[in-house]
Design a protein around this ligand. Structure first.
Ligand code: ATP
Ligand code: RIB
Length: 303
């Protein structure tokens, strides 16, 4: 029942800003910046671990203080870090994050050691992938490593969940993907179809399934999410909350979705849990340090 994440590990440097700077503009942020743990892969691993299942991460950090802190944080969340490799000549990945008063963010990532994850690193984790129920991927590591993961997982019957984020990155072949989890921007980048009154989630999901992925969980920000299960679509509205910081909402969603599915929940139930976890996460600052626990999410669902 284990989950394996092959993905990025970053340190997040966050500034609260009154508005995002445009080109050649300097904006004064509010007070101090915060240094917190991030990276889509690491965030998703921590969210997945909240469900109590064994979670392993495969990735790379530098031989620097940020790398030490990232590994300690993952270990304290219960994530197995035995497949995190250290790169002497590269820094740990860094994300410069700006958060506006509405909780929206603007993120620029310096990949550092994340850019050095290779197919050979993934092959070294073949036994983990083969034994796992689900392998989780995002696009903050090289495409070759993502593609190799899909190949190995398909070979061993391990489910593949791909979060196609960031939206601008080259995409693997979707044929080997079991669950694709785009947000609206990523879905539009993949299909060329913007969600609007004429094109609803149904059309986007049908188009993505046409392109190879078996199922789709499309996140829709404060509107919630929509998940397919074979040919049935379930729309799950988000509870109304005051968003403080949406950083990591997609990661909370992915981690809880994977855990829910690995625990054997039907897709719509797993997505309900995932949506609730993500909604709770936007009510708190930062990415993963304030992710909710499994029980807290269950309590929120019945509130
Ligand atoms: P991120 O900000 O991490 O990049 P994302 O863009 O990948 O997130 P979204 O579609 O914005 O993904 O949000 C993921 C999930 O988070 C949604 O499906 C929803 O459950 C929850 N969510 C996001 N924003 C809000 C909000 N303002 N209110 C309630 N729930 C929200
Ligand atoms: O999804 C949020 C994450 O994206 C942040 O933690 C940041 O590190 C970037 O990878």
């Amino acid at each position: 029942m284990a989950i394996v994440v092959i993905g990025s590990i970053n340190t997040d440097l966050t500034i609260q800003v009154p508005h995002f700077a445009i080109a050649n503009e300097t904006v004064l942020g509010n007070g101090n910046f915060s240094t917190t743990q991030g990276g889509k892969g690491a965030n998703q691993a921590v969210a997945a671990a909240a469900g109590g299942l064994p979670v392993h991460i495969v990735g790379k950090v530098g031989r620097d203080a940020f790398g030490d802190a990232a590994i300690l944080d993952l270990q304290s969340a219960g994530v197995d870090c035995s497949h995190i490799f250290r790169e002497a000549d590269h820094s740990t990945g860094i994300a410069a994050i700006f958060v506006d008063p509405d909780g929206n963010n603007s993120i620029t990532v310096a990949p550092g050691a994340n850019a050095l994850v290779t197919p050979a690193d993934v092959q070294a984790a073949t036994a983990l992938i083969a034994d796992a129920r689900i392998v989780m991927l995002q696009l903050e590591i090289p495409l070759a490593a993502v593609t190799e993961t899909i190949r190995i997982a398909n070979l061993h019957g391990t489910l593949v969940m791909l979060d196609p984020a960031p939206a601008t990155m080259p995409m693997p072949d979707l044929d080997g993907v079991d669950y694709l989890t785009p947000n609206e921007i990523e879905a539009e980048a993949l299909t060329g179809i913007a969600i609007n009154d004429d094109n609803g989630p149904e059309r986007i999901i049908a188009e993505l399934r046409q392109r190879g992925t078996k199922q789709v969980a499309l996140t829709l920000g404060d509107s919630g999410c929509c998940i397919s299960s074979n040919d049935t679509l379930t729309f799950i509205p988000a509870k109304q909350v005051q968003a403080i910081d949406t950083t990591g909402a997609g990661d909370a969603f992915n981690g809880f979705l994977a855990t829910g599915l690995a625990k054997g929940l039907p897709a719509a139930e797993a997505a309900k849990t995932a949506g609730a976890a993500a909604t709770l996460s936007v009510t708190r600052a930062g990415a993963r340090e304030n992710f909710p626990g499994w029980d807290e999410v269950q309590a929120f669902l019945v509130r």
